[in-house]
Design a protein around this ligand. Structure first.
Ligand SMILES: Cc1ncc(COP(=O)(O)O)c(C=O)c1O
Length: 330
């Protein structure tokens, strides 16, 4: 993120590595690279959003150490990014999560000193937890003195962080980026990257990668097993016109792509990273020879050990499917 005034652990947010995926696509006539966001100190791309949304307020004195309380709805990566930042600046953090939040993420949040507010009942109308979580955030902000809700779903500083992500990608390559494959949830990453592309007059085509069952691009809702990407609402930051193509990826495709990725490249990546691998695999034949494709890998696989990387979990949900990644001809 290259802000000279940032100190300590927060100075290590950003400047993540970009690596070639030559083994995964050995016959491809395009070059495929992955931006590994797990190298951020909190383990995901969301460290950038947390820093972007909160640092200015700390510096301006709107958030006061020992006094202010940050309240946010997130069950995963953003929560961890905010918990890290709040610990660093001695801010109280109340994190609204739901029953789907993994035990591992809860343990990480507690280790950083975050307070957990657990929503146990989904919204009776939609069956989704998100509306209930957002309602609870509003109540808490009302009730707690000096509370502030960054609201990743509508805060323009969330996408602003990712202009830097795209700048890093462009700076790391000695050739133009022809295609950017970017997973979506709040739309922060995609919007920020697309804004940079537009501002710099680049010809990069942005491919949005969404989950089957996510409502971001107007598809009907359906059960989704893999957290991180997709959304059960259309986020205010979403603008479909910023993407030139959209690929919807199923949970099974994510699992297979993640397992292939670790098998072929020794990269243990999260579900949405697998989604971008599945998406580029579907598009490679249509992409002109010699193109350069960049995939953003938002987090690492260590947060999915009980799901994507658990054989019993995979078999329970999809049956015996291991041939799909063990067969090297696939
Ligand atoms: C693992 C993972 N992938 C993808 C995304 C989507 O990123 P964005 O919210 O910027 O659209 C998120 C967001 O939290 C995430 O945690």
């Amino acid at each position: 993120m290259a802000d000279q005034g940032i100190e300590g652990i927060l100075s290590t947010v950003g400047n993540t590595p970009l690596v070639a995926l030559a083994r995964l696509f050995p016959d491809a006539s395009s070059r495929v690279f992955a931006k590994l966001e797990r190298f951020n100190p909190g383990g995901s791309i969301k460290d950038r959003s947390a820093l972007s949304m909160l640092l200015g307020r700390v510096r301006s004195g709107e958030l006061i150490p020992g006094v202010s309380v940050v309240v946010e709805s997130s069950s995963g990566n953003l929560a961890i990014g905010i918990a890290q930042l709040c610990r660093y600046f001695d801010l109280r953090f109340v994190c609204v999560v739901d029953a789907k939040t993994t035990k591992q993420n809860l343990a990480i949040l507690r280790a950083y000193g975050a307070e957990i507010e657990l929503i146990t009942q989904p919204d009776p109308e939609t069956g989704e937890y998100l509306p209930m979580r957002l309602r609870r955030v509003a109540e808490l902000v009302e009730a707690i003195p000096h509370a502030y809700n960054p609201n990743q779903y509508s805060n323009p500083l969330n996408p602003r962080a990712h202009r830097g992500t795209m700048a890093e990608i462009v700076g790391a390559l000695d050739r133009p980026v022809d295609y950017l494959f970017c997973s979506t949830s709040t739309f922060g990453t995609l919007r920020g990257c697309a804004e940079y592309i537009r501002a710099e007059g680049l010809k990069t085509r942005v491919v949005a990668v969404d989950a089957v069952g996510s409502m971001i691009f107007g598809q009907p809702p359906a059960v989704r097993l893999i957290p991180g990407h997709g959304a059960s609402v259309v986020p205010p930051l979403a603008d479909p016109a910023l993407a030139q193509d959209v690929v919807h990826v199923s949970d099974l495709e994510c699992v297979v792509a993640c397992r292939r990725l670790v098998d072929r490249e020794a990269i243990l990546a999260g579900g949405s990273s697998g989604a971008t691998v599945a998406a580029v695999g579907r598009r490679l034949e249509q992409i002109p020879d010699g193109s350069t494709c960049v995939l953003i890998f938002p987090d690492g696989g260590d947060r999915y050990l009980n799901t994507i990387y658990s054989d019993p979990w995979v078999t329970t949900h999809f049956g015996e499917v291991s041939h799909l990644w063990k067969d090297r001809r696939c």
